[in-house]
Design a protein around this ligand. Structure first.
Ligand code: MG
Length: 384
């Protein structure tokens, strides 16, 4: 029996993870659930899963929850970053599913690792901002970090049974998002509603916009670099519009091993929870005859400047990936609110990166400071 805390239990990953838990009650037990603001769904989840504790962002919401929970066996209620940390580090927890959106996931995830909890990581921003610190801490505590990201799950599976020293490179695949074939002029006019319509994957709004700009692939490159201890020139990207081959590893002799499957996050979530076992599920199996063709092409860095900026930030290292990430979160939020256009997302990120004085960012505090600086700087430009 594995005891689980889910950070971000009402988001798309959290809800899917809970479905896996309910279908396998003999394998998994929910200890903690955390949400930002979605109290109705949280109340429903509390009733179904009976966690020992829950955490929410605001104190006022925590107070309201306490009054609405039945007396007797109600869960403990925590709030704020400190509350998320308490939830993630509870004594009885074995595995933390880190599925909050954005930089907010960093501190609770880092503290969970320090407390010796295994991590099922959907919050790639954690790895983007503080990859070297996270991996060093995980190694020190013999904690495993298993990716809940279809590409990284595919790489993990393609590495098994092979020698690391035989690896030549990894090839991350990308759907290219809804605007794969648009010209720059057409991209200038797209709306948030259009960007939120991803052709293959059903995900939360932040990551869906990141997929449309291809920033998501840039963040995934950084995530892969740290997770699998790779050099930047060992990571390539191919657009693969069908989203069937989820990523590949190439070995010295030219052999390429990849993982295929239907594009559904249930698969990488379940694999991260049951690793190294494969669990059965009720998804419609992949029908390659129906898919017919798998195609691949190089991404266009001129149209997908966010991807180019992410690669630059990764090469620069230190505080720059945190700055890229912080500026991106502000830019995506502004685009979703209609304040800026689609092509102004990379403009704002690039301006922020150009204005940044690079630092080595060797502590979590330095990473958080780079994040804070980037947000404040990007917001300043938005308001002027
Ligand atoms: Mg992915």
């Amino acid at each position: 029996m594995k005891n689980i805390t889910i950070l971000g239990s009402t988001g798309s990953i959290g809800v899917s993870a809970l479905k896996i838990v309910s279908s396998n009650p003999e394998k998994y037990k929910i200890i903690g659930l955390s949400v930002g603001t979605n109290k109705d769904l949280l109340l429903h989840q509390i009733e179904t899963f009976r966690p020992a504790a829950v955490a929410v962002m605001e104190e006022s919401l925590a107070t309201e929850l306490k009054t609405r929970l039945p007396a007797g066996n109600a869960p403990e209620v925590f709030f704020g970053v400190e509350g998320f940390v308490r939830l993630a580090t509870l004594e009885s927890v074995d595995t933390v599913v880190s599925a909050m959106t954005g930089a907010a996931g960093l501190i609770p995830t880092y503290e969970a690792i320090k407390a010796g909890k295994d991590i099922a990581l959907a919050n790639k921003e954690t790895m983007v901002m503080a990859g070297p610190l996270i991996m060093a801490e995980a190694k020190k505590r013999s904690v495993s970090i298993l990716p809940i990201d279809s590409e990284h799950s595919a790489i993990l599976q393609s590495l098994k049974g092979h020698m690391k020293e035989d690896l030549k490179r990894v090839i991350l695949t990308a759907s290219g998002g809804p605007f794969r074939d648009l010209s720059l002029d057409e991209m200038r006019e797209v709306t948030a509603a259009q960007a939120l319509r991803h052709p293959n994957w059903s995900m939360g709004p932040k990551i869906t916009i990141d997929s449309a700009t291809m920033m998501n692939k840039g963040l995934e490159v950084i995530e892969a670099k740290w997770l699998f201890d790779l050099e930047m020139d060992q990571i390539d990207i191919l657009i693969h519009p069908q989203s069937i081959l989820h990523s590949m590893v190439e070995y010295k002799d030219g052999s390429i091993i990849g993982q295929m499957g239907v594009p559904d996050m249930t698969v990488p979530i379940a694999y991260a929870l049951s690793y190294p076992r494969h669990m059965s599920n009720d998804l419609t199996p992949l029908d390659l005859e129906k898919v017919g063709t798998l195609s691949f092409e190089k991404p266009d860095m001129n149209r997908f400047r966010c991807l180019d900026l992410a690669l630059k930030a990764a090469t620069k290292g230190g505080s720059m990936p945190a700055v890229l990430n912080g500026a991106n979160e502000i830019a995506v939020d502004a685009f979703l609110k209609g304040t800026i256009g689609f092509l102004e997302i990379p403009d704002l990120i690039e301006k922020t990166m150009d204005a940044h004085t690079h630092s080595p960012a060797e502590t979590i505090e330095a990473v958080m400071e780079a994040d804070r600086w980037a947000r404040e700087t990007a917001r300043g430009w938005l308001n002027s």
